[in-house]
Write a protein that binds this ligand. Structure first.
Ligand code: HEC
Ligand code: HEC
Length: 346
C-alpha cells in the first residue's frame, strides 16, 4: 500500500510538472486588457508614448536613458526603474512615500504636467474610447462584460498587468535551488556582495535585493552621490525624500532599488549618472562620489545624511570583476519567450 502511494505521488509530480511546462501560461482577463493598454501609444496625447516606451521589456522594463523623455520631448526628472518584481513594494517612485499603489504611480506619467509624459487629462475619458473600435480589445471587453472605459478602470487594468511581472528564473535562482553551478568568479562575487567589507547586503537584502537587512532601517537612503554647497544639497534641485518631507535629514535619500536584472538596466542611480557597474562599485569603494568642478562640485563622501554603511573599502580589479560576475547572475529575460510580455501591436 505504501508503495502504491509513493508511485501515485511520483506520477502526480511527473504529470503535474509536464502540465506546468506544456501549458500556455494563463493570464487573468484584467491583466490581458492591462497588457494592451500598457503597450498602446494611443494612451498619450499625441499617440507617441506608451508605458512601454519608458519601460521596455527587452531592458527589463527600463529605457536605457539617463532620464526619460515625455511625449513632447520634455525631460523627465529621473531614471526609469525596472517594473519587475515590484508589485509587492510598500511604496513606488524613487522618493515619494505617499505613493503606495501602482495606480497612484501611473497617474504621474498619464496626467503629469511638469513635465508632460503622456499628456492626458484625468477628467476627460474621451481619449480612451478608441478601444471600442479596436479588434484586439473588443473580445476581451466582451468577455469582461464592459462597454465603457474610464481612466480609473484603465489604471486598474494596467496595475493588474504590472502585478504579473514577477520573474525568478535567473541563474542566481537556479543556483539557489542547486540546479546550476556558479563559476569561481560568481562564487567569489557572491561572497563579496554578502561580506562585511562591501556592506552591499545591508541595503540590498531580501530575495529581490531591494530591502534593508535590518527591518528598522528605512527603505530610503543617501549613498553620498552629491554634496553641494553649505546646505549639502543634491543636483538638479532633486533632493529625494526631502522634496516631500522638508526634513533636512532626508536630503539625498532615494528608494533602495532592486538589483534584479541590473546588468541590463544601465545607466544607474536615480538620475542615471553612473554609466556602468564598474562606476557604481567605484562609487561605493570610495564611500561617496567626489565631483571636483562645475555646478555640482562637492564631496558626497562627506554628506551629513549619508548612511553609515557606505563607508568605503579597498577592492582589487579582480574582485570588482568578481562582484560584477555575481550581479550578472541576477539577469532573467526568460519572460521574453512568452508573447504576453511583448508588444501586441507589433
Ligand atoms: C516618459 C517615460 C515614462 C512613461 C511614459 C511611464 N513611465 Fe513609469 N516611470 C518613469 C520614471 C522616470 C520613473 C521614476 C519616477 C520617479 O521616481 O520620479 C517611473 C516609475 C514608475 C513606477 C515606480 C517604480 C518604482 O521603482 O517604484 C511604476 C510602477 C511605473 N513607472 C509604471 C508606469 C506605467 C504603468 C506607465 C504607463 C501608464 C508608465 N510608468 C509610464 C518613466 C516613465
Ligand atoms: C546604505 C544602503 C546601501 C548600501 C550599503 C549599498 N546600496 Fe546600492 N543603492 C542604495 C540606494 C538608496 C540606491 C539608489 C541611490 C540613488 O539613486 O540615489 C542604490 C543604487 C544601487 C545601484 C543602481 C541601481 C539602479 O537601478 O540604478 C546598484 C547597481 C547598487 N546600488 C549596487 C550596490 C552594491 C554592489 C553595493 C555594495 C558595494 C551597494 N549597492 C551598497 C543603497 C545602498
Amino acid at each position: 500500500m505504501k508503495y502504491f502511494y509513493i508511485i501515485l505521488i511520483i506520477t502526480g509530480v511527473i504529470v503535474g510538472s509536464g502540465f506546468v511546462i506544456n501549458k500556455t501560461p494563463q493570464h487573468n482577463l484584467d491583466a490581458q486588457i492591462g497588457r494592451l493598454l500598457f503597450f498602446d501609444t494611443r494612451l498619450s496625447i499625441n499617440k507617441t508614448k506608451s508605458c512601454a516606451s519608458c519601460h521596455n521589456p527587452k531592458l527589463a522594463f527600463t529605457d536605457g536613458e539617463l532620464t526619460s523623455k515625455g511625449a513632447f520631448g520634455d525631460t523627465v526628472k529621473r531614471n526609469a526603474p525596472t517594473l519587475i518584481n515590484l508589485a509587492d513594494n510598500e511604496t513606488f517612485n524613487w522618493a515619494d512615500e505617499k505613493i503606495v499603489t501602482l495606480q497612484q504611480q501611473s497617474s504621474i506619467p498619464l496626467f503629469g504636467k511638469h513635465p508632460v509624459e503622456m499628456g492626458n487629462d484625468s477628467i476627460n475619458n474621451e481619449l480612451l474610447q478608441f478601444v471600442f473600435k479596436d479588434e484586439k480589445y473588443l473580445p476581451l471587453f466582451n468577455q469582461k462584460g464592459i462597454s465603457t472605459l474610464n481612466w480609473r478602470m484603465a489604471k486598474d487594468f494596467i496595475a493588474a498587468f504590472v502585478t504579473q511581472l514577477k520573474f525568478h528564473n535567473s541563474k542566481y535562482d537556479l543556483w539557489k535551488k542547486k540546479k546550476v553551478k556558479f563559476s569561481e568568479d560568481e562564487l567569489a562575487g557572491e561572497k563579496l556582495f554578502f561580506s562585511d567589507k562591501t556592506n552591499c547586503r545591508k541595503c540590498h537584502s531580501s530575495n529581490d535585493f531591494d530591502e534593508p537587512e535590518f527591518t528598522r532601517m528605512n527603505h530610503y537612503q543617501n549613498i553620498g552621490l552629491y554634496n553641494i554647497g553649505r546646505d549639502s544639497l543634491y543636483a538638479h534641485n532633486d533632493n529625494g525624500l526631502y522634496n516631500e518631507t522638508n526634513d533636512r535629514d532626508d536630503i539625498g535619500k532615494f528608494k533602495i532599488p532592486s538589483l534584479r536584472n541590473i546588468a541590463i538596466t544601465a545607466p544607474y542611480f536615480h538620475d542615471g549618472t553612473a554609466a556602468n557597474l564598474n562606476e557604481v562599485i567605484e562609487h561605493y569603494a570610495r564611500g561617496g562620489r567626489l565631483i571636483e568642478k562645475g555646478e555640482f562640485a562637492g564631496d558626497g563622501k562627506l554628506h551629513p545624511s549619508k548612511n553609515q554603511f557606505v563607508e568605503g573599502f579597498t577592492i582589487t580589479t579582480k574582485e570588482k570583476k568578481q562582484l560584477i560576475s555575481f550581479l550578472n547572475t541576477l539577469t532573467d529575460t526568460s519572460y521574453l519567450a512568452d508573447k504576453f510580455y511583448t508588444n501586441p501591436f507589433k
